[in-house]
Design a protein around this ligand. Structure first.
Ligand SMILES: Nc1ncnc2c1ncn2[C@@H]1O[C@H](COP(=O)(O)OP(=O)(O)OP(=O)(O)O)[C@@H](O)[C@H]1O
Ligand SMILES: [Mg+2]
Length: 290
């Protein structure tokens, strides 16, 4: 079956999928737990014997690497500018999760020139079959580079907290994504809640809004309680999936992964690798930011 898509790309829906599944972790507001969730989710997927790459695409420097206690020597900006091989930028952590650091400069590069993305897309060809999952820790909001990653993902994980601003801003992100592509599954996870029920109530409210105003829906990712042990483990650069595998937060991450794995993704660009996808979605992201 060959389908002609909205952006003119031909998709062979029955052909084998070339790349790993891309999960973009995002939020409307910063500081809600994107990096914490991305890293711990990756560790759990690794435990399930999946090969995982975390792409640190957050504008804040030293995010994923800080949490994992590693130090990034090169970023994708060095791959493009200095011709460093992509494998030299990828770090394998103690938990056997691979990390590809972006940086402010890398993301600026993505925005500026198509040739940069072409270089990255070509460099990434070697890794097309390496990973089962690619988790992108994006920045908050709908900046051009964030939206490019979201529209290129197979699944999106939106993190909120009980803070009303985080919910309003998350709705704004969901609205933009749904107005471009209704088929990418969006999971909503409530972090820093007092108890799991609170998270479920927040999810139901958001889902109701998606039904009412966007003629769509969001899926339940789960609820992660506010836990000082999480904050401590972040400070000690030891992810709670490793430090506290029996905590309620670790259980919530496992449940979240089960839900994600049970749902099939819906990106029409699924035959393309991460940066090939961003080359395509960038155009739409630019339109939304003008
Ligand atoms: N469930 C939780 N309980 C307690 N503290 C948490 C929880 N989740 C995250 N935190 C803490 O909240 C802070 C922000 O988390 P994190 O860095 O993961 O957020 P972020 O969304 O990636 O932020 P940014 O937008 O700055 O990248 C960290 O100090 C982390 O330790
Ligand atoms: Mg972060």
């Amino acid at each position: 079956m060959i389908t002609k898509l909205r952006n003119g790309i031909v998709n062979h829906a029955t052909a084998a999928k070339k790349t790993g599944e891309i999960i973009a972790v995002t939020s409307g507001k910063g500081g809600v737990g994107k990096t914490t969730v991305s890293v711990n989710q990756a560790i759990d997927l690794r435990r399930l014997n999946k090969k995982v790459l975390v792409v640190d695409a957050d504008l804040h420097l030293g995010n994923v690497d800080l949490l994992l206690g590693i130090r990034a020597e090169h970023t994708i900006a060095d791959v493009v500018k200095k011709g460093i091989p992509l494998q030299d930028a990828i770090i394998t952590t103690q938990s056997k999760v691979d990390v590809l650091p972006a940086s402010m400069a890398s993301l600026d590069l993505i925005e500026s020139e198509d040739s940069v993305l072409r270089k990255l897309a070509n460099a990434f060809k070697t890794f097309e079959n390496t990973y089962d999952y690619i988790i992108i820790d994006t920045g908050a909001g709908i900046a051009m580079n964030v939206l490019s990653f979201l529209l290129g993902a197979d699944k999106i994980s939106v993190i909120i907290t009980p803070d009303p601003a985080s919910i309003t801003d998350a709705y704004a992100v969901i609205k933009v994504v749904k107005s471009v592509d209704k088929n990418i599954p969006i999971f909503l996870t409530a972090n820093m809640v007092n108890h799991a029920d609170e998270g479920e109530v927040l999810y139901k409210k958001m889902n109701l809004m998606a039904h009412k105003f966007l003629n769509s829906h969001v899926l339940y990712g789960g609820a992660i309680v506010r836990d000082d042990a999480i904050a401590r483990s972040v400070k000690q650069q030891r992810p709670f999936m490793v430090e506290h595998p029996n905590s309620s937060a670790a259980n919530a991450i496992r449940a979240m992964n089960r839900r994600l794995l049970q749902t099939s993704g819906g990106n029409p660009l699924q035959q393309n690798n991460l940066f090939e996808r961003v080359m395509q979605t960038k155009k739409t992201a630019i339109e939304w930011n003008h």
